[in-house]
Structure formats: C-alpha cells, structure tokens
Write a protein that binds this ligand. Structure first.
Ligand code: 5AD
Length: 488
C-alpha cells in the first residue's frame, strides 16, 4: 500500500499527527479488531473537527465486511477500500481531493485477479520479504470470516511469482515468505508447472486413498520451481498452510529443498475430533498427527507452531483437554491461542456462543501456563549453540535483528553492516521470546557483555502486545508495526 502511494507521489508522514490522509488497515478475524477501529476512528474524528481536510480511509477486511455500514456509523470516514481494491487507492484519493464524496470500493477481482508485486526500485524492500501466491479461501471453516471478506481462491501464475522472486533476489532480497490464506492449496492457473518429485506409493494411514489422491495442490511443484529459478535465494518460508494440503509431495519438498525454513506454522485449531468436525476443518486429530509426524521424520530439526481456538461453541472441558494433550504430544514451539469470537456471515453463528467469557479466559490461561515453560526452556536450551542467522535489519539502538532457519528472533551487535547477510552466531542469552548472540567471526564481534544492555534498550522501545495473543505471535507475524522485543 505504501509503495503504491509513494509511487503516486505521496509521502509517508513520520507521525500520524502530521498526516493529512490517514489509512487504517484493518483485520476482521476477531471482534477485537472492530473495537480497535471504532476507537481509532473516534480519535481521528475529534481531530477532523480542527482539521476538516483530514482524510480518513479504512482499508482491509473490516472495510470489505462493513462497506457502506461503516460510512453510516462513522460519517467522518471518507473512503472504504477492500483488500482487492488497494491499487485504486491513489485514484480514489485524488478524486476525493478534487471534491468527490465519500466512497466505498469493495469489489472482488474474481475475473481478473490482481496480485500486488513489490517494487524493489523504491529501495524499501527489506532482505526478508513477502510474495503473494494466492488469495481468497475455498475452505468453509465454520468460525472464519475470511471466505466472506476475501472471496474465492484465486492463484497467481507461477511465472509471475518466479519473476517477482528473481527480481527481488537480484535487488538483494535473501528470504521470501510465500503468502496465501491457504497457501498450500496453490495451483498454477496457466498449468505451467512440472510435476513435483513425489516418491512412490506410500499413503496416509488416516486418510482414505480417494481423498489423498484428490488433492490437486501444486504447491510443492511451485516450491521446486522457485528454488530452481532463483538460486540466490537463501531462505524460503510460506504461511499459512492448511493441514489438509500437507501432502506427501509437500513432505518430499521439505526433505529435498535445503533453503526451506525449518519451521512450519500449521494451524490445528483443536485437538478434539468432534470440535474439528463442528469447525469444518476437514481433518482429524489423527490425520494432523500422522502428517506432521511424516514431516518431522523427513526433516528432524524442523519445528512446528500452531493456532488454537478455545471456547468454540459446545467445547466441553474434556474436549479442551484434548487440545492440551495434542500440544503436549506435538511439542509446538509457538502456540497462538484465541478465544472464540463469533463473526458475522460465519456458519458457526448458528451454534451459539455458549462458553462464557470467563471460561474462555480460564482455558486460554491454562493453555499458556502449560505451554510457556516449554517455550522458555527451548529458547534457553539454545544458549551456547551456533546458529545461522539471516540479518533482517538494524534498530535505532544499533542492534541487528535476524532469524534462525527455525524462526527464532536473534539480536546481536556487530562491527560492520551485516544487514541481509547470513551470519553464523553463538547464542549468548535467552529472553522471554527471543535470543541474543555474538558473531562467530571475531573480526565482527562486539563484547558479549553489551548484550543485556542491548536487550534493555530494546525493551524500553517495546510496543504493546495484543492481549488475547501469546507474546510469540508477534515473532511469527514478522510485522514491522508491532514487534515483541526481549524482556530480561
Ligand atoms: N474466533 C477466534 N479465533 C479465530 N481465528 C479465526 N477466526 C476466529 C474466530 N472467529 C483464529 C484461528 C486462525 C487465526 C488466524 O485466527 O486460529 O488460525
């Protein structure tokens, strides 16, 4: 969004107070996001009384979901744009500035899907960046508003994806995360991908042959094509996959592609089959366990993280205990747990919302209490080890921040500019959600005693975390706006 606006001649304001156009990019996955938007718009509406030409734009999924209703409930809003209409923003803003009236543009580009490519020429592209490969969602998970706000699945031609990645690599990008709502259901609309290498006959024990073979996903083929055509790429990640499309071919891709991250975020949502069925997840606990076991067997140093919903309608205490036992069984490095939040236009609405807020909070607390010590002890166990860290950037205090292949965040100091480099480091300290390290290369090394100071400086800059989210959520989100920094 920023790249499109800058290319159209806009400038980014250093502080929101200096801006004459404010764009609120929104999420609608849980009710909390809607509350946040209301209070943010309220604040801006007050400012608009003093500054009548202040333009308020709502972008993203809440815009898509609410459309005209937003304008009715908050007449201070000037523009509402859906996720498929971002490219129209400069024209919409220009129209409005010329005296246009408030507008809502929330049309899906179903017939001619557009995928926004990043433009390395702007110099804004970080060493680790994102490339969208598909959008929309054909799943019908009963709790989820995404099919409504994002529309049907649309896939980007593999050639376009590979061209964008090649361009990014040529301009210095070293890590790419492939993005899509169910990223591993990807298929090439132009049917140009060679079949992915797939070893043999072995079937899933817990999935009938027909279902297993009906999976037409070409995501593994896309992964192989990317590594073949973009040899300078050092790391490849993807998010978020659906367990249903964790196929044998995808397991083989993980076994064979060395630059694939040793981390997979694979939302499970519940460990109980009856709940999974009511959620319309279309897999069982046994299938999830079998498929992740195959993946861990192929790549033993891979780690998993997951999403869980607690207090889904009708979830009994025993059913919740099944989720806890799955978390024990699978040893996730990150569990992002959410209280069930009824969303408009979702099938689960008709199931009611019978678990009290207090009970949802208790379950969330129990889950975190169970998982937190494991996360911490895992981070501590890395102290002393050598890790390859891809340096993503430098903070104002001079500390560099990067990630290991397994997605642990590492802070370190160095004598030379190491941004964009894959640097071997020795882990020196474990914080609550991240690590600090020193470079193995002595010529780059800065005294390790500096590290706690770095961490404290970082902590002072800590930005508030969302309260229904585990702290580590922010680490995997890779967001630049809300970063969880280490706490000593
Ligand atoms: N209530 C609570 N959590 C939800 N999620 C999606 N929809 C809901 C909802 N209605 C969670 C899921 C998903 C993550 C992105 O958000 O766990 O994986």
């Amino acid at each position: 969004m920023a790249e499109i606006l800058v290319a159209a001649g806009h400038r980014e304001a250093k502080l929101v107070e200096f801006a004459d156009t404010v764009i609120l990019n929104t999420c609608s996955i849980r009710e909390k996001a809607a509350q946040k938007l209301r209070s943010e718009v309220g604040r801006l509406a007050m400012r608009k009384r003093e500054q009548p030409d202040l333009m308020i734009v709502v972008a993203g999924c809440l815009g898509q979901q609410e459309g005209e209703k937003l304008l009715k409930s908050a007449p201070e809003i000037d523009l509402v744009v859906g996720p498929d209409n971002i490219a129209a923003l400069p024209a919409l803003i220009a129209d409005f500035e010329l005296g246009g009236t408030a507008r809502v543009l929330t049309e899906f580009d179903l017939d001619a899907p557009r995928f926004l490519a990043s433009n390395p020429a702007t110099g804004r592209t970080p060493p680790a960046t994102y490339v969208t490969v598909m959008k929309g969602c054909d799943e019908r998970c009963s709790f989820c508003i995404v099919p409504h706000t994002r529309g049907a699945e649309r896939y980007r031609p593999s050639r376009e994806i590979i061209d964008e990645i090649s361009l990014l690599v040529a301009s210095g990008v070293r890590e790419v995360t492939l993005l899509g709502q169910t990223v591993n259901s990807y298929r090439d609309p132009n049917a140009e991908l060679p079949r992915a290498p797939y070893t043999g006959e072995s079937r899933w024990q817990h999935t009938s042959r027909i279902v297993a073979e009906a999976d037409e996903s070409e995501f593994p083929a896309l992964l192989w094509a990317i590594v073949q055509h973009a040899p300078g790429l050092l790391r490849l990640r993807y998010t978020s996959p659906h367990p249903r499309h964790l196929t044998r071919a995808l397991v083989e891709a993980h076994r064979g592609i060395s630059i694939l991250a040793k981390h997979l975020h694979l939302p499970v949502q519940s460990g109980n089959n009856a709940v999974l069925k009511r959620m319309i997840r279309r897999y069982t606990r046994e299938e999830y366990v079998e498929r992740t076991a195959a993946l861990l067997d192929a790549v033993p140093d891979l780690v998993l993280s997951t999403d869980v919903i607690v207090g889904f309608p009708g979830e009994t205490v025993e059913q919740f205990q099944d989720t806890l036992s799955l978390i024990d069984e699978r040893e996730f490095v990150g569990v992002f747990a959410f209280k069930y939040s009824p969303r408009p236009f979702t099938p689960a609405l008709k199931l009611g919302d019978d678990i009290s807020e207090a009970e949802k909070s208790n379950r969330l607390a129990e889950l975190f209490a169970r998982h937190d010590p494991k996360r911490r002890s895992r981070l501590s166990s890395l102290v002393g080890s050598v890790q390859q860290v891809l340096i993503e950037g430098q903070k104002a205090d001079g500390a560099y921040t990067g990630r290991t292949a397994r997605n642990e965040i590492v802070h370190l100091a160095a004598k030379a500019d190491i941004t964009g480099k894959l640097v071997p480091v020795r882990i020196a300290l474990a914080f609550k959600n991240s690590l600090a390290a020193e470079t193995v290369d002595e010529s780059l090394r800065v005294d390790a005693r500096e590290l706690p100071k770095l961490a404290r400086t970082a902590d002072r800059a800590k930005v508030e975390a969302v309260d229904d989210v585990t702290p580590s959520r922010d680490e995997s989100a890779g967001a630049t706006t809300r970063v969880q920094l280490p706490v000593l």
